[in-house]
Design a protein around this ligand. Structure first.
Ligand code: UDP
Ligand code: MG
Length: 314
């Protein structure tokens, strides 16, 4: 199998037939063998019976039905786990992505890239609560992860199978796959893709997603930079805080000796105590993190490196 297209579906009944037609029209003419994996993420609008009908009429369509609504990331992972293609292409089920862009993504993969990210260059979502926050988030994510993409949020992307195998996703993290993949040495690029207005059904997200994305970004940044060395982050914070505590304590003593400011009336004294506690806490947190990192990597037999090729080694 060359290609697995993975589509999360949550209450998209009115879009399903057109989606299936679009994918079929683009791919049945191409030389690729493909499967279309539709993951019903606990829909309540009759999407599932429709999916069943589509699957009965077309053997290339495979359907997974989740027991309840687990969220877009979980639905996508369910599809990735079932995918047997050499290349995996996730896509939205609401017709906002265009299946006609898939061949362009595949061309880039053929050029040797491991991850090709879609970029909704002419995005048609409302500016103030979708496009603008997304633009800022993309700048921020690019800066934090070092993988510069215009549009992390676009679902339409293409991955080489191997890239997905080493990556575990939680929360809302499907958008961070390019950054996580780049961490293990994947070559990442992006190409502009079309974006259409949502004609049927409603968007499942509002402005509150921005907050969730930022929180997940913190996790991803931590995983990318410090998951094998938590003491380097927390220990550093601890040392700085202790240093600030000594400065503040020194100032308290100085004011006592030379300016006769009573220690118990000096707010700096309280600051000193706070910073001292915080500093010790940070360092202990770092040490606990180190213990956890060992459990995480050693219990699962996870290496802390990624090999690309081996020569004369079985
Ligand atoms: N989706 C899902 N589970 C959810 C929320 C969304 O499977 O809990 C699917 C949804 O059906 C769609 C895709 O994820 O195929 C993207 O959702 P949506 O179009 O609402 O996001 P937007 O385009 O507004 O960012
Ligand atoms: Mg959409």
């Amino acid at each position: 199998m060359d290609l697995s297209i993975v589509v999360p579906i949550y209450n998209e009944a009115e879009n399903l037939l057109v989606l299936h037609e679009g994918v079929t029209a683009t791919l049945s003419r191409s030389v690729f063998s493909y499967e279309l994996i539709l993951v019903d993420d606990g829909s309540t609008d009759g999407s599932f019976p429709l999916l069943k009908k589509v699957a009965e009429s077309d053997q290339r369509v495979k359907v997974i039905r989740l027991r309840r609504n687990f969220g877009q990331t979980a639905a996508m992972v369910a599809g990735f786990d079932a995918a047997s293609g050499r290349i995996v292409v996730p896509m939205d089920g609401d017709l906002q992505n265009d299946p006609a862009d898939i061949p362009h993504l595949l061309e880039k993969i053929d050029e040797g890239y491991d991850v090709v990210s879609g970029w909704r260059k002419d995005r048609v979502d409302t500016y103030l609560n979708r496009t603008l926050p997304s633009m800022l988030a993309n700048l921020f994510i690019s800066g934090m992860t070092g993988v510069k993409l215009h549009d992390y949020g676009c679902t339409l992307k293409a991955y080489r199978r191997e890239v997905l195998d080493g990556i575990n996703l939680y929360g809302e993290m499907h958008r961070f796959v390019p950054a996580l993949a780049s961490q293990v040495g994947a070559k990442v690029t992006e190409i502009p893709v079309r974006h259409h207005k949502r004609l049927h059904g409603k968007s499942k997200y509002g402005i509150s997603r921005t907050m969730r994305v930022i929180l997940d970004l913190m996790t991803v940044k931590f995983l990318l930079s410090y998951s094998t060395k938590p003491i380097q982050l927390f220990g550093k914070l601890g040392v700085y805080t202790l240093f600030a505590s000594f400065l503040s304590g020194g100032a308290t003593l100085y004011m006592k000796v030379f300016e006769h400011t009573s220690i118990n009336r000096n707010p700096l004294f309280i600051l000193t105590a706070f910073l001292l506690f915080m500093g010790v806490q940070f360092i202990v947190l770092g040490l606990l993190g180190e213990l956890n990192a060992r459990t995480y990597y050693e219990a699962q037999g996870k290496p802390i490196y990624v090999v690309k090729e081996k020569i004369n080694l079985g």
